[in-house]
Design a protein around this ligand. Structure first.
Ligand code: HEC
Ligand code: HEC
Length: 331
């Protein structure tokens, strides 16, 4: 969990700085929840007769997975960064603690590890988690998610709104309705109300307003990156798929690629989707969120380059690989 430092009053900041706060104490967590400082978690907290705090109700928001903090105060505590994936979070482990699950389900959830989640497991029962992707840099993409399921044909509000509805209803059990015949799924949690549909426009507009952060100056070698850019567009063939200002050809009429186009280790995830195809991933802000590919099978950007070099027989020299890596860090 991440803590939003801007929600902390000065006396709490001082107490943390003086080491007077035990951040592992659940009572501390309840204080932070009362202050609205735990990113992605909402809780209703009351006081017991002995003065201790009690958690009456709780829920999670999109920010749990799709926001983090800049660690400016301490590791895990800082200014909130919406749209940046929280790759430290282990959602599967948290869900595995639920008493509502069978032992078999608990084992599956607990196996995913940090930064991973499977948004289809509760539908098809298959176990194949994907990395939590950024929710920044999405403006201008006509299709959402790794497999491009979200588009205006299937959600008039927009491509990202398609997936927002999917998550809100099928994963977070929000009062609302989701239906997609392509994956043979209809979920109706409306209880004489729909708390999802009227939020979709504003939510998508907020996501579209979040730009991907360019690689910070000083974290890459600018001269090598300039050489790498030439490779990206020529010898390394990256721009044949990662084309245009968003580094993806999905901007060319919503184009998607067949299963074989991914150089990830896992190729099966795509079969569980509505399209059975891949969207070429946009690459802006890529420096921020290792590991790479939908299955997280490349630990670093240099591993990404190695993978492409061997799988596509690009014949890049060591220098060329290094330059291409520097370019990717700068995007
Ligand atoms: C438990 C973690 C988790 C939570 C909570 C969560 N997501 Fe996600 N989100 C994911 C994962 C994993 C994917 C990748 C799914 C895929 O591509 O198949 C994803 C994908 C997305 C994408 C697609 C980004 C792209 O590249 O097109 C958007 C947008 C998104 N989520 C928005 C939301 C919204 C809005 C909410 C709250 C209603 C939410 N998410 C809650 C884990 C989460
Ligand atoms: C045939 C089309 C194609 C070519 C050529 C291609 N890519 Fe990709 N790229 C994809 C697809 C599809 C994905 C998503 C695959 C996945 O996640 O499994 C992807 C994903 C990536 C990712 C991971 C993005 C993320 O969010 O994790 C990086 C980085 C990347 N490509 C860089 C490159 C570089 C560098 C080159 C050139 C050496 C290249 N790509 C060439 C289609 C291509």
């Amino acid at each position: 969990m991440k803590v939003d430092a801007s929600a902390l009053p000065p006396e709490v900041v001082e107490a943390i700085q003086n080491g007077q706060v035990d951040l592992n104490d659940p009572q501390t967590t309840l204080v932070l929840l009362q202050l609205g400082a735990v990113v992605g978690v909402k809780g209703q907290v009351s006081q017991n007769n002995d003065g201790s705090l009690n958690l009456d109700r709780m829920g999670v928001t999109c920010a749990l997975c799709h926001s983090t903090v800049d660690n400016s105060f301490a590791p895990g505590i800082g200014n909130r960064l919406d749209g940046y994936p929280n790759r430290d979070l282990n959602p599967g482990l948290i869900i595995s603690l639920s008493p509502a699950l069978t032992q078999e389900q608990k084992d599956v959830y607990a196996s995913w590890g940090p930064g991973m989640y499977d948004p289809r497991y509760n539908h098809d029962g298959l176990n194949n988690p994907v990395v939590i992707p950024p929710a920044y840099g999405l403006y201008g993409l006509p299709k959402a998610i790794f497999t491009g399921d979200g588009d205006v044909e299937h959600e008039p509000e927009g491509p990202v709104a398609y997936w927002n509805r999917y998550v809100a209803v099928t994963q977070m059990h929000g009062h609302g309705y989701f239906k997609d015949d392509r994956i043979n799924w209809e979920v109706d949690y409306r209880e004489n109300d729909d708390l999802v549909t009227d939020k979709l426009a504003a939510l998508q507009a907020y996501q579209f307003s979040i730009d991907a952060p360019a690689g910070p100056e000083g974290t890459y070698n600018a001269d090598k990156a300039a050489q790498g850019k030439i490779l990206f567009n020529n010898k390394a063939q990256c721009a044949t798929c990662h084309s245009g200002p968003r580094f993806t050809d999905v901007t060319e009429g919503g184009f998607l690629h067949p299963q074989s186009a991914s150089v990830a280790v896992d190729k099966d995830y795509v079969n569980r989707s509505a399209t059975k195809k891949w969207r070429v991933s946009p690459l802006k802000g890529i420096w921020f969120h290792p590991p790479y590919f939908h299955d997280g099978s490349a630990a670093t950007l240099s591993d990404v380059v190695e993978r492409y070099n061997s799988q596509l027989n690009l014949g890049l020299t060591a220098d060329e690989k290094a330059n291409l890596t520097e370019y990717l860090k700068s995007l």
